[in-house]
Design a protein around this ligand. Sequence first.
Ligand code: KG4
Ligand code: ZN
Length: 332
Amino acid sequence: MKLLAIESSCDETSAAVMVDGVLKSNIISTQLIHTEWGGVVPELASRAHQKSIIPVVTEALQKANINKNELNAIAFTRGPGLLGALLIGTSFAKSLALSLNIPLIEVNHMQAHVLAHFIEDPKPSFPFLCLTVSGGHTQLVWVKSALDMEVIGETQDDAVGEAFDKTAKLIGLPYPGGPLIDKLAKEGNPDRFPFSLGEMPGLNFSFSGIKTAILYFLQKEVKNNPNFIEENKADICASVQKSLIDMLLRKTKKAMKEMNCTQIAIAGGVSANSGLRTRLTEMGSELGWEVFIPAFSYCTDNAGMIAMAGHFKAEAGEFCGQDVSPLARYEL
Ligand code: KG4
Ligand code: ZN
């Protein structure tokens, strides 16, 4: 089975080729255009996808040493994501599948983030718990099988990636701020400024409080010392990162206990965070969990994970017709 996969849900245009479940190429083109706007501008994202999709697909096929006429199916991200961005990948996948007369496989982007764990060893066995943390989502997912997942806890407001990015903006870092906070946090004192987050009942999360807490804190401090942010950037980053990770791990621990589970996986862009990776590993060895952390290239948006999900769906015979349309919201 030679599968082409396409991802275009946000600001990465990506194409991958998978042959019989083995990833042969995974080309990612990140749109740098959004940096100057402080966030993803949907219309600019759509235009950039339109520009890069053919070169990215061509490169993915070349790297895998596959001619398009050899393809057996095309998988694409149907949602969730920015509708205009999804439309580019969906329309491209549909047209190419039509011209090659091969079937289409529609993929849920959040399911694909979880299934990124099956691209390379070590792979978790079913069932397991996955903490999916990205720019748009924060979910605790009970993974019963490759295609049967249940969200048992999620954010009631902002996603944790959004909390990282908004905090970064407040201290003058460019978009996306998550990786920059991660970098600066390594040189800072995480206990210097304790920021408190509102506690949600059960397994749900809330991250919108931290933005306001930091805003008020910074306004107060800058009034006394205009150079406060510049002088304390690393400590602010380390402290914010610690508060966000504390919340993620508190709920993860609770969920693991409730599900009587010993395997935990993390997925999504924020799973690239070095603080989260280290602390989850430590918590795992303390509590006897098996911890699954994806390679950096499979954390943030990539078509390799769409190919993996497409592979499982093809095995289950789950193809879709040419009448499929993208979905900005798409529940697991
Ligand atoms: O999964 P992803 O690439 O796109 C979405 O589906 O949203 O996640 C992007 C998010 C952004 O908020 C970005 O700041 C965050 O992941 N991120 C990080 C790190 N790398 C990416 N956040 C914290 N630390 C990182 N190292
Ligand atoms: Zn994503």
